[in-house]
Design a protein around this ligand. Sequence first.
Ligand SMILES: [Zn+2]
Length: 161
Amino acid sequence: MDKGSFGRKDRLLKEERHDTYQPREKLPEPSRCDSCGALFVNGRWTWNDPPEHARSVTCSACRRMADHYPAGTIELLGTFLIDHHDEIRNLILNTEKQEKQERPMERIMNIVEEQGQTVVTTTGVHLARRIGDALARSYQGDLSVHYGEAEKSVRVRWQRQ
Ligand SMILES: [Zn+2]
């Protein structure tokens, strides 16, 4: 098998996997996620109280968490991180809090700090982008944002020495 066909196969597998988080058929309304309690109504996810007859589902954010399959990754690099550890962490968590309130499918999955580098993973691309923007707005530094195919994934990198 040559290199080209390997690449193609890899891409096809990835696309299939992405699709599992984007149901082809519309969810029935109202539907409520058993894991987190988010409610799907009027074509969007909300934190509204569920009516009694809501159907039980598992939302895409909870499925991504269970599968350890993030949509967004933010890498933070540079010595600035060391001296501003707590405030940067608070900025990230506050950004999630606001975003999640407006868009229940946008959540932080994990924050891993090791060897002077922090990696944050998210269930949605909006939140990853928003965290990158918040870092650049508050602390300047260098921000880069790379979207994957059809903007279903994003890789954000922020660096300040
Ligand atoms: Zn859920």
